[in-house]
Ligand binder design. Structure first.
Ligand code: MGD
Ligand code: MGD
Ligand code: SF4
Ligand code: MO
Length: 698
């Protein structure tokens, strides 16, 4: 094989083409400038149209993160109590041999020992190779329990799949030509910056922008209109929009007849939702609903495209899946899908022909049906005893690409689980995160500048390749190499455990993507139609937009989408009368970058944003330290009295490392482990709290 050498140890400046690894819809193409083997700068690749030469502020600091003085450079073994973060340096050989032996002892216990071993990983890197390739092969061969990877997007993903047939939608570049853009449950300027660039082009061409978000986010304040609904009420708004479209006959009857399924039933349900009813539920003015419906319907009459950028923020509530089903249905009512610049986009990941079988080799598994453990209920699951329904208690946990102690809901329980003395925990990391503090072994992993990878995207439709720019720092190893070496120690001798990373990069898309072009250019466009659903052709079983899902009905669920109130529905007379959402802080990426000082300095400190009226009622003044609490826990932080918060809703910006919090906790101390209606996802933004000035707490 003609393997290009990683571009390292160059004697003069070179630029290495890469991909941003982070869990962000934009999947930027990066250029890293390397001088004498040291990366001195990362920038956006100007040749990649979606990146357009620009990275966000966070990732522009990627060299600061990579060469951070606290980067983990050697394997470490715990010497203090769990959670104390006390470790001693050990050799790779000692660490891997001991880990292999511990895992083997558990796995060999009859009848289902390996099921007590759980991999825990998410999207610390979105790379298909450093994510679930060699790691998945390893855990498949070991016969470990499987992780249900639900922590972010599975409610919305399942909703899209039930409605459109897959995670598909508009191509992001066509938003630039839309005439009306609804930015729904997304702080695009913070979390989807390159989409915002297309929105700016549309705005200059006269498009109207509407943001639907309980928080007056950076994005909401730059739109023509902001609809600040109560968290978890989006389904009611979508039903009322349908009601208005029906009662004013702003419908594309031809599109409905040819390309949708279940319209008669959907129509009946929507007619139960006059704007007045939804306004009450959403906590907004009736006229806001009417005028939004008028704008949306008018686009169709004027034969102009209306587009919806839905994002995952709005599906982190009880009825999140149903809400996504309703919103994903709206473009079929007006026939907006007929235009390249009309329709909706939540995720484009279903467009990518990733060959997961080649990457993960599921046939290595000898126990065909592993038990599935939901990563969103890891708090409860680590505390569960063995039982016939659950299986054995979790005895070993191998964490990579994730920081569950900070990001999983109901941290009180998560911490208690990780603190179990009888749990054997291995963490592969760049830094000593909150989770790393609980590791028995802490293994140093490479960053994106130090390894090969290949990426899909959930916000555009290009494959992006990442070449290593520098040699691994210290003794860091790639995730793949760590699992390769563990496999070897466990005697897994199948040839696939010898595949190198470049072979894995090629395997990710097989013949579906021209790998030589990727090597050459750094990215490759998927070949997709401009308006894929102009004539139906949805990837659903019927080929139509399915208002009614026979598959959901067969599972005993409502085949039609509906409004489901939050588990912890807003109620001013409850003991916890404030709804709390915890969207990300702009300069962090989930819990990544919290330890990068220049970015932490911009964010300042953990904050809860509160409306002036709610603060006044509680005798809280600007800058007070407050206690935010509910039955699950309490958390101290500073208050920001701010118009970003609407009355009745507080915004606890996430996701800080616990150890940077005033009392060693973060906002997930308060969130619950209840799951969404579809997709078994967490309900981070379905959470009632009370806030009190610190001194007023008994
Ligand atoms: N800077 C930055 N960028 C990120 C991330 C990050 O942490 N920081 N995280 C990345 C990840 S993992 C993901 S999944 C994506 C997420 O991408 P988005 O879904 O766009 O995420 P957010 O920016 O969190 O936007 C969520 C918005 O939804 C709003 N919201 C909360 N509850 C509701 C509700 O019930 N209804 C409606 N309509 N809106 C609601 C919040 O106030 C927030 O402004 O972003 C990615 N990009
Ligand atoms: N309250 C609240 N909680 C939330 C959210 C919220 O909005 N509010 N958002 C949720 C969402 S959308 C998500 S996606 C989850 C995200 O949760 P996680 O997927 O856990 O994401 P991060 O917090 O970014 O942690 C990723 C970790 O992976 C490490 N990492 C990165 N690259 C590599 C690598 O190549 N190898 C190894 N071994 N490690 C690597 C990073 O150093 C980092 O510590 O959090 C969720 N939690
Ligand atoms: S985090 Fe998102 S916007 Fe920032 S560089 Fe990465 S892909 Fe681009
Ligand atoms: Mo996410």
């Amino acid at each position: 094989m003609n393997t290009p050498a990683p571009a390292t140890h160059a004697s003069s400046d070179i630029q290495v083409r890469g991909a941003c690894p982070h869990d962000c819809p934009d999947t930027c193409a990066m250029l890293t400038t390397v001088v004498n083997g040291i990366a001195i700068k990362v920038q956006g690749n100007p040749a990649h149209p979606h990146t357009d030469g620009v990275l966000c502020t966070k990732v522009s600091r990627y060299t600061e993160r990579t060469y951070h003085p606290e980067r983990l450079l050697h394997p470490l073994k715990r010497i203090g109590p769990k959670g104390s973060g006390q470790f001693e340096r050990v050799s790779w050989d000692q660490a891997l041999s001991d880990i292999a032996q511990r895992l083997q002892t558990i796995a060999q216990r009859a009848p289902d020992g390996a099921q007590a071993i759980l991999p825990y990983s998410y999207a610390g890197t979105m790379g298909l190779v450093q994510g679930e390739s060699m790691a998945a092969r390893f855990f498949n061969r070991l016969g470990a329990a499987a992780l249900d990877r639900t922590i972010c997007a599975s409610a919305g993903a399942e909703a899209l799949t039930q409605t459109l047939g897959n995670r598909v939608g508009m191509r992001v570049e066509f938003f630039a030509q839309s005439k009306l853009i609804l930015i729904w449950g997304s702080n695009s300027i913070a979390s989807n910056l390159h989409f915002w660039r297309y929105v700016q082009i549309a705005k200059r061409a006269g498009a109207r922008l509407v943001c639907i978000d309980p928080r007056r986010s950076e994005t909401a304040e730059k739109c023509h209109e902001h609809i600040a609904l109560l968290p978890g009420t989006d389904a009611a708004l979508a039903l009322a929009l349908m009601h208005e479209l029906i009662s004013n006959d702003w419908l594309d009857h031809d599109y409905l007849a040819r390309y949708t399924l279940g319209w008669a039933q959907m129509r009946e349900r929507a007619l139960q939702w006059p704007a007045e009813r939804a306004a009450q539920v959403c906590g907004i003015a009736v006229e806001q609903i009417r005028s939004l419906a008028r704008d949306y319907g008018q686009c169709m009459l004027d034969r102009q495209p209306a587009a919806i950028r839905l994002n995952y923020g709005m599906q982190r509530v009880h009825g999140g899946g149903n809400a996504v089903r309703l919103i994903a249905s709206l473009p079929a009512l007006t026939g907006a899908w007929r235009y390249p610049a009309g329709g909706m986009l939540l995720s484009s990941s279903g467009d990518f022909p990733v060959d997961r079988v080649a990457l993960q080799q599921p046939e290595l598994r000898r126990n065909p049906a592993p038990r599935l453990i939901n990563m969103s209920t890891i708090g409860d699951d680590l505390l569960r005893q063995a039982s016939p329904s659950f299986g054995p208690a979790v005895e070993a946990l191998v964490v990579y690409n994730s920081n569950p102690v900070a990001v999983a809901p109901e941290s009180g329980k998560v911490v208690q689980g990780f603190a179990r003395e009888d749990l054997f925990t291995v963490v592969l990391e760049h830094f000593q995160t909150d989770t790393a503090d609980y590791a028995d072994y802490l293994l140093p992993a490479t960053t994106q500048l130090e390894h090969w990878d290949v990426h899909a995207s959930y916000g555009h439709t290009d494959v992006v390749l990442n070449r290593p720019a520098i040699e691994p720092l210290g003794e860091a190893k790639t995730n793949t190499q760590i699992f390769r070496e563990l496999a070897q120690r466990l005697g897994f001798d199948e040839p696939c455990f010898a595949d190198d990373d470049l072979t894995l990069c090629r395997a990710a898309y097989g013949e579906q993507v021209n790998f030589d072009q990727l090597l050459e250019q750094g990215f490759a466009h998927l070949n997709l139609a401009p308006a894929p659903f102009a004539e139906g052709n949805f990837p659903s079983p019927s080929g139509k937009c399915e208002f009614f899902s026979a598959r959901l009905a067969a599972q005993g669920q409502d085949g039609l989408p509906d409004y489901l109130p939050n588990y912890e529905a807003f109620n001013t007379s409850a003991s916890y009368p404030l709804a709390m959402i915890s969207p990300p802080a702009r300069h962090f990426l989930n819990s990544t970058f919290v330890n990068v000082k220049s970015l932490r300095d911009i964010e300042g400190e953990p904050l809860v944003e509160m409306h002036a009226s709610d603060a006044a009622q509680r005798g809280i003044v600007q800058g007070d330290v407050v206690r935010v609490f509910n039955a699950r826990g309490s958390y101290r932080c500073k208050v920001a009295i701010s118009p970003r918060a609407r009355p009745g809703v507080v915004n606890g910006l996430g996701v800080w490392w616990r150890k940077f919090g005033l009392d060693g906790k973060n906002v997930n101390e308060l969130t619950s482990q209840k799951l969404t209606d579809l997709g078994r996802a967490p309900t981070f933004y379905d959470c009632l709290v009370q806030v009190a000035p610190e001194t007023a707490i008994p």
